[in-house]
Design a binder for this molecule. Structure first.
Ligand SMILES: Nc1ncnc2c1ncn2[C@@H]1O[C@H](COP(=O)(O)OP(=O)(O)OP(=O)(O)O)[C@@H](O)[C@H]1O
Length: 903
């Protein structure tokens, strides 16, 4: 059977170290160095000090590395990467990773390595990659004609089957979550497209296989740390073709189901999906099976994860029921399947306590009893028989039948063993049912098989499962080595080159350590072979009831003490380490014996065979004694594995090859005289290689075959020659450029200066003009301001003067008025004074006159008096005179009074 490989790594996890790079690193070389963040970073060699290389990385950092840790970078690699790794000039880890990463950036998730396809998980839907248009394009296209694609691989397998009439296998390998299952689906879709035929009831075989997937996934997939829907079993899908190369049937073969997951899960993983689906079933279903919250079941509550993001388990339950209908699982069978699933959950809740006798156990409490009776009810077997099957063992000796009880720990082991066996039998039944539903073609002429298998595993704790997986991968690796080696040889033969001394990377010694057997005479266990490898020792240990994992480990330590591939870790009594081709793995042998015993405990077998439920009884058909005690390894066949091992193997031969023309184009510069000499291409190549002093290369009919590292050596020399030539050219060009630059600079300077001066004069003129204008403006402005202030002042002065004049006229007028009034007053006063004076004078005159007259009168009076006396006449005269005197006295009185009044 021919085989093709699809390998699906995560970008960051590829592991290859193929080419000793050290020899050809020189100052100025572009190289890759390890980086703690980016894994690898490119840089340029700045200095080499003995074994130390100083590199300036692309991020500008200086790092110092030892020469063997520095890898040359192909500066001429195409920017979009190469679609086939064998086209890379340097086959080393950074080169390969860089190529994959470059392509991944461009959404090119597929890359070839010869006829192996590497697929990178895109973690996003890329529908354009898989539509019918794409399928049409790849139909009949030769490998390498179109961009790398999973369809191309399937196409090659199909064409080879048609042309050579041979069956083919496509192997899909990789880490968990890498995309194996998705890739397998794509392969099947394409194969069904090529060999399409309407299947049963109008459904194609491909449809039927894909429709069976949900059922298979519900019982065989679980959430793991890496993948929410991780397949916990290996799968080989066999697509059968009739003689006209149309699909005539298909079969799904599963193997290595992870049985331990049924009883043991770690946070944040989950058990198989079906348990959670059933716990989310409609209430009447849950009531029927007495199920409830998954947190109540020991097999589910060891992890805190019960739900999946974006998945509704109750919907999924209904969907699975529908899928089971489609697959042809009847209503009764579905009922029985879920009854068994529920029984396993109840079984896990049965706890044991110490019994009264030594090393005996009993059902722990009422709760456990309830679960025991529920388990028995669901499995339709007798509760007492179930209890006995869990805690008692019957040993038949020639003399008697001995019944012994198990201690609580062993009873728990017994319970878990029953759960695991029942579950794996159920899974096998479902697979078988699916196969019947899809339909097999017993007369098929050829098949194309798709093997979906876990890659090599190495965890902190590695148990029997990892041992099986890694052993399988070792077997696959050997097959792969031989396969690729054969292809290499074919190429070498075609090119007629000598390949007899090619070292073949062989892992036979690891396989010997694991599976070797020596043919010896029969012993008392009727074995025809005496154990030689670990598996044989394990089988042997399983045969002896008294063996423990410690005795098994001790036996291994003794047997393989001198084996280079086997080591005993210090401070451990049960661990052992194997140097696999992909690295060393330390295994813990603690559960190897239990896990290797693939046979059903007789008591469990008897119990379930006697079940009243035909479905349950059918899961445990009575088997002949021999076959019921087979060990695991009887079923492990040879397979295939590999990620980038093709490159590794290629490196053992002539990993780099170039056609004569390509070689001359690339390396002609190393010997220009050869190019000028008009030699034949082949001769020219030999001359160049000899001139370079290379040994061990081969010249084929059309190509030059180089040993690992020789390409880098030639490249380094080419880089040196090109570097020297470049330096010379650079020198000349720099002189020319410098002179040209100087002349143009000078011209530019003069031009700049004249322009600058002109600009300065213009600026000065403009400044002067502006100054004159400013002066003029200032003058006019000042005049205007002065005039304006003069006019203001003048009008103010006039106003002031008018005011002052008015004021002085007013005061003059007032003065005059006052003067006139004063004069009037003075006149009146003077008149009054004059009049008063006059009056006083007048009065005085009158007074003096009166006085005088009085004196005259008196003198007359006295004369009269003297006459009156002398005569009566004189008397009258006297009276008259007296009257006169009285009158004058009154007048004087009046005058005095008037005078007082006027004063
Ligand atoms: N070609 C692809 N296109 C789109 N998505 C993909 C592709 N390959 C893988 N995936 C995504 O990666 C997830 C994991 O892929 P898958 O289940 O195929 O991995 P696996 O290798 O089979 O893992 P396991 O070994 O754990 O079963 C898928 O659910 C899907 O989302």
């Amino acid at each position: 059977m021919e085989a093709l490989l699809i390998s699906v790594p995560y970008v960051s996890n590829a592991f290859i170290c193929l080419q000793a790079a050290s020899v050809n690193i020189i100052v100025g070389s572009h190289v890759w160095v390890e980086d703690p963040v980016l894994a690898w970073i490119d840089g340029k060699v700045i200095r080499i000090n003995g074994q130390e290389v100083h590199v300036r990385t692309a991020t500008g950092k200086m790092v110092v590395k030892e020469i063997p840790k520095v890898f040359p970078k192909d500066t001429e690699a195409p920017p979009g990467g190469v679609d086939d790794m064998t086209k890379l000039s340097y086959l080393h880890e950074p080169g390969v990773l860089q190529n994959l990463a470059t392509r991944y950036e461009l959404n090119e998730i597929y890359t070839y390595t010869g006829n192996i396809l590497i697929a990178i998980n895109p973690f996003q839907r890329l529908p354009h990659l898989y539509d019918s248009h794409m399928m049409e394009q790849y139909r009949g296209a030769a490998l390498g004609e179109l961009s790398p694609h999973v369809f191309a691989v399937a196409d090659v397998a199909y064409r080879a089957m048609i042309n050579e009439g041979k069956s083919n296998s496509i192997l899909v390998s990789g880490e968990s979550g890498a995309g194996k299952t998705e890739t397998t689906k794509m392969l099947m879709r394409y194969l069904a497209y090529l060999g399409g035929r309407s299947g049963v009831e109008g459904r194609t075989v491909e449809q039927q296989v894909l429709e069976s997937n949900p059922v298979l996934e519900a019982f065989g997939n679980a959430k793991t740390i890496r993948n929410n829907n991780s397949s916990r079993f290996g799968k080989f899908v066999e697509i059968q073709f009739d003689k006209s190369r149309r699909i005539s049937g298909a079969a799904i073969r599963t193997y290595l189901l992870e049985r331990s997951r049924v009883c043991q899960i770690s946070d944040p993983e989950r058990n198989y999906h079906c348990f959670y689906l059933l716990c989310s079933a409609p209430p009447e279903v849950r009531e029927k099976y007495k199920l409830g919250d998954p947190k109540c079941f020991h097999y589910l509550n060891q992890s805190n994860c019960y739900e999946l993001d974006g998945v509704d388990d109750s919907h999924e339950y209904l969907a699975i029921r529908r899928a089971m209908d489609i697959v042809g699982i009847s209503e009764e069978e579905q009922e029985a399947i879920f009854r068994v699933v529920a029984a396993i959950l109840h079984l896990g809740n049965i706890a044991f306590a110490k019994g009264k006798e030594i090393d005996s156990s009993v059902i722990k409490d009422e709760k456990s009893r309830f679960h025991l009776s529920m388990t028995a009810e669901l499995l339709m077997c007798d509760a007492k028989s179930l209890e006995d099957a869990l805690i008692r063992r019957v040993m038949v000796t020639p003399e008697e039948v001995i019944t012994r009880t198990l201690d609580p720990d062993s009873a728990l082991g017994s319970r878990d063993a029953l759960a695991k066996t029942t579950y794996s039998r159920l899974f096998d039944w479902i697979v078988e049912k699916i196969n019947i539903s899809i339909g097999q073609d017993p007369n098929s002429k050829s098949i194309i098989g798709v093997l979906d298998i876990y890659g090599f595993e190495s965890f902190k704790h590695n148990s029997f499962e990892q041992f099986c997986i890694n052993f399988t991968n070792e077997k696959l690796q050997q097959h792969f080595n031989q396969h690729v080696f054969k292809m290499e040889q074919e190429e070498y033969t075609k090119e007629e080159i000598n390949w007899s001394y090619i070292e073949f990377v062989d892992n036979q010694d690891v396989l010997d350590l694991i599976e070797k057997v020596f043919n010896l005479k029969a012993d008392k266990f009727k074995l025809l072979q005496k154990p030689g490898g670990i598996i044989a020792l394990l089988d042997e240990a399983c045969m002896f009831p008294k063996s423990t994992h410690e005795t098994f480990a001790q036996k291994m330590y003794q047997t393989f003490a001198k084996n280079k591939r086997f080591t005993k870790p210090k401070l451990s009594r049960t661990s052992f380490a194997i140097s696999h081709y992909a690295g060393e793995v330390t295994y813990q042998a603690d559960l190897f014996l239990e896990k290797n015993k693939d046979y059903v405990v007789a008591e469990h077998q008897d119990l379930l065979t006697a079940s009243k439920c035909p479905f349950v009884a059918g899961l445990f058909p009575r088997l002949p004694e021999e076959s019921s005690k087979s060990s695991k390894f009887s079923s492990i066949g040879s397979g295939f594995k590999g990620v980038l091992e093709a490159i590794r193997i290629s490196c053992a031969g002539y990993p780099t090859r170039r056609s004569f023309y390509e070689f001359l184009v690339r390396f002609g510069v190393l010997a220009p005289e050869v190019l000028d000499g008009n030699y034949d291409d082949k001769v020219a190549c030999v001359m160049i290689l000899d001139k370079m002093g290379l040994k061990g290369y081969e010249i084929g009919k059309t190509k030059v075959f180089l040993r690992a590292g020789q390409m880098a050596e030639l490249d380094a020399k080419r880089a040196e020659v090109l570097g020297n030539a470049a330096k010379k050219i650079q020198r000349q060009i720099r002189t020319y450029i410098a002179h040209k630059e100087f002349v143009s600079l000078r011209k530019a300077a003069i031009q700049l200066q004249s322009c600058w001066r002109g600009m300065l004069a213009c600026k000065l003129y403009e400044q002067l003009r502006q100054e004159a204008a400013a002066l003029k403006i200032q003058k006019h402005f000042r005049r205007y301001v002065a005039r304006k202030s003069y006019i203001t002042m003048r009008s103010s002065a006039i106003t002031l003067q008018t005011g002052l004049r008015a004021m002085s006229a007013c005061s003059e007028y007032r003065f005059r008025k006052q003067t006139k009034a004063a004069i009037t007053i003075q006149a009146h006063l003077r008149r009054h004074r004059a009049y008063s004076y006059y009056r006083s004078i007048q009065k005085a005159v009158i007074v003096s006159q009166c006085g005088w007259r009085r004196r005259v009168a008196r003198k007359e009076l006295r004369v009269l008096k003297m006459a009156a006396r002398e005569t009566g006449a004189l008397k009258e005269a006297k009276d008259k005179l007296e009257k006169r005197v009285e009158e004058l006295t009154w007048r004087l009185q009046l005058e005095k009074r008037l005078r007082v009044f006027f004063i």
